[in-house]
Design a protein around this ligand. Structure first.
Ligand code: ADP
Ligand code: MG
Length: 302
């Protein structure tokens, strides 16, 4: 490989909106056969909105939203932002902005990565998160809530359970839209002979709904943030050469471990730092362009 030809490749990359860490990165794209795509923020917009509120029997809807909103207000997670904004809007805050005045600040707060949040609000010990979080704490779901959760997930919404003082109190649903360009991006990756894989911490039903919508068959769901890197390792152990596309802090280790890491430019600094390439505009279709460009650049050199 002549350095000049590699530099030409990287210059063309910049025009397409691809930032390449160094010319040597192009070499790693040659053998890539599998592209692992993070779901939230990569295949979907990551801008979620509160789409449904289901209080458990005997629970006041306003109280449900107030306690969940107060706790999620302290978290940066896209789901938390949606819950806090929706709860603030329901409480009458202008424009749905989660102004602190809408809620009492939690007396304690803890982020449980990949599961949810917990803390003390209005003197109650509150949990907000996925079903598994409640199960881990031995909190049973009333049949009505379990049914509503399953229904939400079947349509691609994320079910957010709320519990306090040891009992499930309600379900909030949060919806995230698939980016309009994702299906085309997946088709372009396939056209290059690559196998797309959807990877997410979200539950299987949501993941499969999104996968179907964009044309992905292989789905790896319910993966804790710290375990995403192990998924990449496992695929590599199967003999596959893996590109990973992600945007979140929870994708950084997997991006670094992958044979080729592609970070969404709209994502977190941690992801961008860990990636070999950055898709500047956060357009997933450019992932295929990047791989095609690298291959073509290498073909020119040979
Ligand atoms: P992803 O891999 O899709 O980016 P995460 O690993 O951050 O998602 O989280 C996995 C799952 O844990 C989420 O889909 C959600 O069900 C739950 N979760 C995480 N943080 C929160 C939160 N602050 N509030 C509610 N649910 C949460
Ligand atoms: Mg993400």
């Amino acid at each position: 490989a002549t350095p000049t030809a590699l530099m030409v490749g990287t210059g063309r990359g910049a025009q397409l909106g691809i930032l390449i860490k160094g010319p040597e990165v192009l070499e790693s794209t040659r053998r890539v056969d599998t592209v692992v795509l993070d779901k939230t923020g990569t295949v979907t917009t990551g801008r979620m909105t509160l789409s449904g509120v289901h209080p458990a029997e005997g629970v006041d809807e306003k109280e449900l939203l107030r306690l969940a909103g107060a706790l999620e207000h302290a978290s940066e997670h896209p789901i938390a932002r949606a819950v806090a904004a929706g709860a603030a809007e329901a409480a009458g805050a202008a424009g749905g902005l989660p102004v602190p005045e809408s809620f009492e600040a939690p007396r304690s707060f803890e982020n449980l990565a990949g599961l949810g949040v917990q803390g003390v609000v209005e003197g109650r010990s509150v949990l907000v998160g996925r079903e598994r979080l409640l199960a881990e704490r031995g909190i049973a779901l009333p049949a009505a809530l379990a049914g509503a959760a399953a229904e939400a997930e079947a349509t691609g919404s994320t079910a957010v359970l709320v519990a306090w003082d040891g009992e499930a109190r309600g379900l909030l649903t949060v919806a995230d839209a698939v980016k309009p360009t994702s299906a085309e991006a997946v088709a372009r990756l396939r056209a290059l002979g690559l196998t797309p894989v959807l990877l997410t911490g979200d539950n299987r039903a949501v993941a499969e709904t999104v996968a179907r919508e964009v044309g992905i068959e292989e789905v790896i769901a319910e993966v804790l943030p710290q375990d995403k890197v192990d998924v990449v390792r496992r695929l590599q152990a199967e003999g596959r050469t893996v590109a990973m596309v992600g945007d979140g802090v929870n994708d950084a280790a997997a991006l670094a471990r992958a044979d080729l890491g592609l970070a969404m430019g709209t994502g977190t600094d941690a992801a961008i730092e860990a990636g070999d390439l950055t898709l500047v505009r956060g357009d997933l279709r450019v992932a295929a362009d990047a791989i095609r460009l690298s291959r073509r650049t290498l073909a020119t050199i040979k």
